[in-house]
Design a protein around this ligand. Structure first.
Ligand code: ATR
Length: 462
């Protein structure tokens, strides 16, 4: 965070309770990225929201978010209200105006921007909304507002769905068991029930054919990362996202109001990475020369910690549909390194996109290719991707581990002696790079796989 000094501006979020808020991560990261001298703090208001808002305005607080339970009540303490916030009937953002704050709602524009950031547009689309609580109502308002054509609203208690349908023109209410009445087509699907918050929760509707009507799904729940709904869509290969991006973009839009700046997509992605790290745990990145045991150790580690294992080389083969040897033959080492950087970037910023590797929500163990440290631009990406462990092995150990392997293009050698010499040279050349990128260095020479795994776990939070 920036140094706090006499010119630091104050921002904050009012709620009750407030201690688990993730919003400080969003706004303080944005201030760091933008070089703006501001600090964002949680403000616990237990009773008099009107007095708090008045006092904060008088104190020159230059931006506020409002969360549960004050999003409606705060409307009595503002001097002006944005039209959309009025329509939604809730305010989550206050911007200083003459004589008081003006109220906005950035939740629904935030959800819209989250969906658009996935390359999906709302206009002209048909949608299915599951659930009929406050969240579902807001989603229906958003869908109508941004041009969705037809909205099927499914709820266990039909009266609640009917109440929403009576207020909005495009919404048709159905009970859960009537889901088969929804005509075939490609729908946007929104999961707005509380199912998934508790472990052991199931699906509101347990029929694959229902979910196959979606070509995109969004679950408003973001903790846990993988609800039964998200898991189902992952298994069926249907694109999806969760409420963490809605949280992100409601914050970003508020920040844009406060400081009249534009937050770009790469900047938003950086903030998302910070949110994911805070919420789902940090990824573990393993580096080191080939043969140091990155894959074997990585798989064991992932199993022990309930994380998802990814090998960047395997990821490259999967994405390109070609073997590493073929990529080297066609595009030389340069071409390979370019693809490797792209894979690393997407893992660092987006996590795994491979639907075979259903995310456990506990982060990734990423085993990297031996040469990944050689490219300067990979260094910050490795750090962003997670905590970097350099697995050290000497030339002798490495030689013994890799000698029978002909799938490694950089190791093709005429004789065993030549191979050994190559390894010695490569190790010498790369050692400094491995050390420079590492958060932790682990000797593997005389240790079993289990011992290395234990040592990594014990140093995870150092
Ligand atoms: P929010 O304000 O976050 O939307 P809410 O108003 O409590 O939360 O709404 C919870 C939603 O989850 C409701 O649609 C609820 O269905 P009912 O209206 O029939 O209660 C839905 N929900 C909760 N538990 C459910 C379950 N076991 N099966 C199906 N729907 C469930």
């Amino acid at each position: 965070m920036m140094d706090i000094n006499g010119k630091t501006k104050i921002l904050g979020v009012i709620g009750d309770p407030i201690e688990h808020t993730l919003s400080p991560i969003i706004h303080n990261t944005l201030s760091r990225i933008k070089g703006i001298n501001a600090v964002y703090v949680p403000i616990h208001v237990e009773e008099d929201i009107a007095a708090a808002v008045k006092g904060l305005y008088a104190s020159g607080v230059c931006g506020l978010n409002i969360t549960v339970p004050y999003k409606q009540q705060v409307m009595e303490s503002i001097v002006d209200i944005d039209a959309l916030a009025e329509k939604i009937g809730a305010v989550n953002t206050l911007v200083p105006d003459k004589d008081g704050y003006k109220g906005y709602n950035t939740d629904m524009p935030g959800l819209k921007r989250a969906i658009e950031s996935n390359g999906v547009s709302l206009s002209g689309r048909k949608a299915i909304v599951i659930g009929a609580g406050g969240a579902a109502r807001a989603v229906c308002v958003m869908l109508e507002e941004y041009g969705a054509e037809e909205i099927y609203l499914l709820n266990r208690t039909i009266e609640k769905a009917e109440a929403i349908a009576s207020e909005l023109s495009k919404v048709k209410a159905l009970t859960l068991s009537d889901y088969k009445d929804i005509p075939d087509g490609k729908y946007l699907m929104f999961q707005c029930t509380s199912l998934g918050l508790k472990s052991g929760d199931g699906l509101a509707i347990d029929d694959d054919d229902f979910y196959k009507k979606a070509d995109y799904g969004y679950d408003l729940i973001y903790n846990p990362a993988e609800t039964p709904f998200i898991k189902k869509l992952n298994i069926l290969g249907i694109r999806n996202d969760n409420g963490l991006t809605m949280l992100l973009y409601q914050g970003i839009i508020a920040y844009e109001y406060w400081f009249k700046v534009d937050i770009t997509q790469p900047e938003a992605d950086m903030v998302l990475t910070e949110l994911r790290k805070a919420l789902y745990g940090k990824n573990i990145v393993l580096t080191g020369y080939m043969g140091c045991g990155k894959s074997t150790i990585g798989k064991k580690l992932a199993e022990r910690l309930g994380m998802t294992f990814i090998d960047t080389d395997e990821e490259i083969v999967r994405r390109e549909g070609k073997s590493i040897n073929d990529i080297f033959a066609e595009s030389k080492e340069d071409g390979f390194r370019k693809i490797e950087t792209e894979v690393l970037r997407s893992l660092a910023y987006y996590g795994a996109d491979n639907t075979d590797q259903v995310s456990t929500g506990k982060g990734l163990v990423i085993a990297t290719g031996g040469g990944i440290v050689l490219k300067k631009e990979n260094m910050p990406l490795l750090k962003t991707a997670g905590k970097v462990f350099y697995l050290k092995a000497d030339a002798e150990t490495t030689f013994n581990r890799v000698k029978g392997d002909d799938s490694r293009p950089l190791l093709s050698a005429e004789s065993q002696e030549e191979l050994k010499e190559r390894i010695v040279n490569m190790l010498r050349e790369r050692k400094g790079y491995y050390e420079l990128t590492a958060d932790e260095q682990i000797d593997t020479d005389n240790k079993s796989i289990e011992e290395v795994v234990e040592e990594i776990i014990s140093r995870l939070y150092d």
